[in-house]
Design a protein around this ligand. Structure first.
Ligand SMILES: [Zn+2]
Length: 415
């Protein structure tokens, strides 16, 4: 009977094939829930099978439970290889212990494996986490017993506390386990954890890129944590993105008073929450002395409306102003109405407008030399504007005046 089963089973197992433990286990045996998960999946070892055929020398250690079942503590590889050979429960050489505490059970199993150095780093990490967490062994004590540093223990524990897909990535890419400690510091930030791992992987492939040291990984972690803290402070102070309610808000590069949304790209003024373009436009208009009415329906005021405001203001002031203006040669008079000049400027090319008494000084972004001065007292809506040249280099040369006059014509709408 025994002989028959043996023949059948020896033919079936293939070296390296995963063993179906659930199918082989005796009804008298239960697996220890912690100890059994330490090891990677059990696979067939033909060498071990053959040696067991010559006889089992070392007993398999079980703990006798109150219900009479035998809990497998030490020797699971040998036990399941015996079952592959078809050895009946009664014929297995065993050492059945009674009244073994949980802590002792864990120690016993760990000593058999981890201290004999036949564990993979992953099996070792699982064992260490079990011993500290379930066996209540202090990391310091464990470090001493294993002859390793406390930080060695901590990095393996950190690894086991990572989310499963992060941990799997360590294993799949062969990332050094020491990086588990900085990765764990980004708890709850899986995206940032993955970014850090990408950088470490890149550093493993190329010494000139990515992250190559734990110290650099720690720097990355500190940067991320600082950014999170900064964002939290910004949200506490100014709230979420007014457009999409995202919490990914950052200080804008545009201005100290501006915030930016990383999700929708919206920019706004910190305090008023007005869209930044509108806020800036309003500031410009206010700097020119115009009162801007508040309210969402006013958000859409156009450059042309601003130009109209400038003209109205000029009209108003014209009455009061004295004629103290130098004569400008006739040929430098623009034949373009004022709003025709101001509109394209406000649209995209305006750096600065200064209103001083009766004159408006305009500085453009596109050509930093191109500054000119319009004299409000000479303007009437639709009439020719008078342009006075104000360049940084050659303020009063004819050349410069002609060039700037040509430029103004170029940027003005077709009349
Ligand atoms: Zn947004």
């Amino acid at each position: 009977m025994v002989e028959q089963v043996e023949v059948e089973q020896v033919v079936a197992p293939e070296d390296g094939k995963k063993i179906n433990t659930g199918k082989l286990i005796d009804p008298e045996v239960v697996l220890h829930p912690e100890i059994f998960k330490w090891r990677d999946a059990l696979t067939v070892d033909i060498g071990l099978l053959n040696s067991l055929k010559d006889g089992q020398i070392q007993p398999i250690v079980f703990r006798l439970l109150k219900d009479g079942k035998h809990e497998l503590l030490v020797g699971s590889r040998r036990y399941f290889h015996q079952k592959l050979l078809g050895t009946p429960w009664d014929d297995i050489l065993k050492d059945v212990r009674e009244k073994v505490s949980e802590r002792d059970a864990l120690w016993m199993a760990a000593s058999e494996n981890i201290f004999r150095k036949d564990f993979s780093p992953w099996e070792e990490a699982r064992t260490i986490e079990s011993l500290v967490k379930k066996g209540r062994v202090k990391p310091k004590e464990l470090a001493k017993r294993l002859g390793v540093s406390v930080s060695y223990i901590q990095s393996r524990r950190a690894l086991m506390q990572l989310p499963e897909n992060v941990r799997k990535r360590f294993e799949a890419k062969g990332i050094p386990i020491g990086y588990a400690v900085p990765v764990k510091k980004l708890k709850g930030m899986e995206e940032a954890q993955m970014t850090l791992l990408e950088k470490v992987e890149s550093g493993m492939e190329n010494q000139y890129s990515g992250i190559q040291t734990i110290e650099k990984a720690d720097n990355f972690v500190n940067e991320v944590l600082k950014k999170v803290k900064d964002t939290e402070e910004l949200i506490a102070k100014y709230g979420v993105c007014p457009k999409c309610e995202s919490k990914k808000i950052v200080q804008s590069y545009r201005d100290d008073d501006a915030l930016s949304c990383e999700d929708c790209g919206h920019d706004w003024h910190k305090e008023t929450k007005e869209p930044w373009a509108y806020y800036e436009m309003k500031q410009n208009a206010e700097a020119m002395g115009f009162k801007v009415e508040e309210g969402p329906e006013k958000v859409k005021f156009t450059p042309r409306e601003v130009a109209q405001m400038i003209e109205d203001k000029a009209e108003e002031e014209r009455e009061k102003e004295e004629d103290a203006v130098e004569k400008i040669p006739e040929k430098f008079r623009s034949n373009i109405p004022l709003e025709g000049i101001v509109t394209p400027l406000l649209l995209e090319n305006l750096q600065k407008i200064v209103v001083r008494g009766s004159s408006i000084e305009i500085q453009l972004i596109e050509d930093s030399e191109l500054n000119f001065k319009g004299l409000k007292k000479d303007y009437k809506s639709g009439e020719k504007a008078r342009i006075e040249v104000l360049t940084a280099y050659s303020m009063d040369t004819q050349d410069s005046a002609e060039r700037i006059y040509a430029h103004i014509q170029k940027i003005s709408p077709n009349q």
